[in-house]
Design a protein around this ligand. Structure first.
Ligand code: FES
Length: 269
């Protein structure tokens, strides 16, 4: 699949628009692709951030964090990605819930965008929480504002919106009486864990978009397994969206670190 547009949107985060008509025709909010930058690279799951079925294009947003995503970030406009497979996984459940809060951080800001658009079209009030360490790390603000009824920004240094994390702001909003019928979070594991912890006392169903190590992405290898409600689930085919109050976060956070040393060696090589 050819990269027809590449943007380095904020430090370490890239947006690629890829010509992938078959995927663009079938993509639904919350699905992902598995990308192999070149024939020596790992398989990396990346959330589909946007698509245009008429133009046949798919947009992905990814964080350059390990060897494979570094190799992906080195590709240029016009280059072909060795393998770009999807759409994979189940879509977000889109219904008329009423009022929905979407929480996105890092690559997850792009990840919540299609959900915001679909939920708004379904008649929901959509409040998006977009977070980053600083103002210059926020992106797609206008796009997200157009797709949502309201966007609430949080930055760790306080340079835009409230100072702190989106989960703190969400708790403040809930504690002050605001009511959401559904909450969804996309971003780093720790952020989704904190969102789930924060919403549990309020008893609001909270869906998280899990991002464990994946290999085949089709339910065969077991690498992406999670414990959800005491039952083993495969993030690639049973998810990637699960009830955050049911996820065993100890298992998730331990498994995330399983290949840390190999990842560092691989990146150095
Ligand atoms: Fe292999 Fe999910 S990635 S079973």
């Amino acid at each position: 699949m050819k990269i027809i547009n590449k943007r380095h949107i904020v430090p370490n985060v890239y947006e690629f628009v890829v010509m992938a008509p078959d995927i663009a025709r079938k993509a639904l909010p919350g699905q992902f692709v598995i990308v192999i930058p070149d024939k020596y690279s790992e398989r990396t799951p990346i959330t589909i951030a946007d698509w245009d079925a008429d133009k046949g294009t798919v947009s992905i947003i990814f964080l350059e964090i390990g060897a494979a995503t570094r190799r992906l970030a080195e590709l240029r406009e016009g280059d072909e990605i060795y393998s770009f497979t999807g759409p994979l996984g189940k879509a977000f459940e889109i219904n008329a819930f009423g009022s929905v809060a979407l929480v996105g951080g890092c690559y997850g800001i792009g990840g919540i965008f299609p959900a915001a658009r679909a939920l708004k079209e379904a008649g929901n009030k959509v409040v998006s929480y977009s977070e980053a360490r600083s103002k210059f790390l926020l992106y797609w603000n206008k796009k997200l504002e157009e797709a949502s009824d309201e966007v609430r920004y949080s930055t760790t240094d306080g340079s835009q919106g409230t100072k702190g994390h989106s989960y703190d702001r969400l708790v403040d909003d809930l504690a002050s009486g605001e009511r959401f019928d559904r909450i969804m979070a996309v971003g780093c594991t720790y952020m989704m864990y904190r969102v789930s912890q924060a919403t549990k006392p309020f008893g609001i169903k909270t869906i998280v978009s899990m991002n464990p190590v994946m290999i085949d992405g089709t339910g065969m290898c077991g690498a992406c397994r999670l414990l959800v409600g005491g039952v083993t689930k495969f993030a690639c085919v049973d998810g990637p969206h699960f009830d955050g109050h049911e996820v065993d976060w100890d298992v998730v956070l331990t498994r995330r670190k399983a290949y840390l040393e190999e990842e560092i060696i691989s990146k150095e090589r």
